[in-house]
Design a protein around this ligand. Structure first.
Ligand code: GLN
Length: 313
């Protein structure tokens, strides 16, 4: 039955890829100049079992910047470092109901970051990464995310430079958090490390492996390394469920029923606890900044494989 199950997954991946490869709704993320210039047709879907078999269809080894998907893995590293209580006290876990780069989400909550899956909360989370200097914190972020991927991840210099020149809003969020006493150090350092973490290159294959690590209590399915604890995976996935697709997170849970995190370059990772994860990439985005084809493909696979966490059968 093992082989049959694998064949079935390959067939389903192919089916999802064929079914949605003509969908051309959505827009590229023009607010980061180089992301507005990518090839819009690139489309990849990968799936990793907790057991380590990775399936894929399309451009699964095409590299793109991880963007906001980094937020869930940096949050996991911070939970591992400081523990549930300390992190929860500093960073909330409720949906902001607002776009990912919202200033209002900070203001309306008296400066307390509401959720680590949107920019303000993510900048405050990155600040909590272990390391005395900015350089050391960045090294820990890169090494931590690489452990999730099971290979050394590298910076996309072009994306990093492009975003650094266009991130006045994130710098404003950093200063706003600082004004509320929510950041200890220089807010520009926290924003810079955050910008770098968003500029790490990954593939759809990497996303599937990274997600499957969270699906399996922190054990990377390819390297066998225990990257974070099972408690950290549980807490991270709960938080991803509340805000992984921003103001569309409720619609997503209602329709698809598994935690998923998107990024503006067009990646999405969806995690089925105890089972595995799906990584998808297609750069055209809906109004909230979530990959259009990526959501469709993951929805199709989740239904076909019965992954909805809220279904009794
Ligand atoms: N680096 C991007 C930003 O801060 C990430 C946003 C995203 O992927 N939604 O604007």
């Amino acid at each position: 039955t093992g082989t049959l199950a694998h064949q079935r997954i390959d067939e389903l991946l192919l089916e999802a890829h064929e079914r949605y490869s003509d969908v051309d709704e959505g827009l590229l993320a023009h607010y980061i100049p180089v992301l507005g210039q990518v090839e819009p047709e690139t489309f990849a879907i990968s799936m990793s079992h907790v057991g380590g078999t990775v399936h894929g269809v399309g451009d699964c080894h095409h590299q793109f910047s991880i963007q906001s998907i980094s937020k869930m893995f940096v949050y996991a590293l911070v939970l591992q470092e400081h523990g549930h209580e300390v992190v929860h006290e500093k960073i909330g876990v409720n949906n902001t109901g607002m776009p990912f780069n919202s200033v209002m989400a900070v203001e309306l909550n008296n400066g307390h970051p509401m959720n680590p899956m949107v920019n303000a909360g993510a900048i405050a989370t990155t600040e909590m990464i272990a390391g005395k200097s900015a350089a050391k914190k960045w090294e820990n972020v890169r090494e931590g995310l690489s452990a999730f991927a099971g290979r050394p991840l590298t910076l996309d210099d072009e994306v990093y430079e492009s975003e650094s020149e266009a991130n006045e809003r994130n710098k404003a969020l950093g200063r706003l958090l600082k004004s509320y006493g929510q950041l200890d150090g220089d807010p520009n350092n926290a924003v810079d490390i955050y910008t770098k973490q968003c500029s790490l290159n990954v593939t759809a294959h990497d996303l599937a492996v990274m997600g499957a690590t969270l699906a399996d209590g922190g054990i990377n399915p390819v390297t066998g390394q225990q990257v974070v604890s099972a408690d950290v995976c549980r807490d991270t996935l709960a938080t991803v469920a509340t805000n992984g697709l921003y103001e569309r997170s409720g619609d997503w849970l209602f329709e698809i029923g598994i935690p998923a995190k998107s990024g503006v370059s067009g990646g999405i990772v969806a995690v089925a606890p105890g089972k595995g994860a799906i990584g998808a990439f297609s750069p055209r985005l809906d109004m909230a900044g979530n990959s259009v084809r990526g959501q469709l493909a993951i929805g199709h696979l989740s239904r076909a494989l019965g992954l909805n966490l809220f279904a009794s059968a």
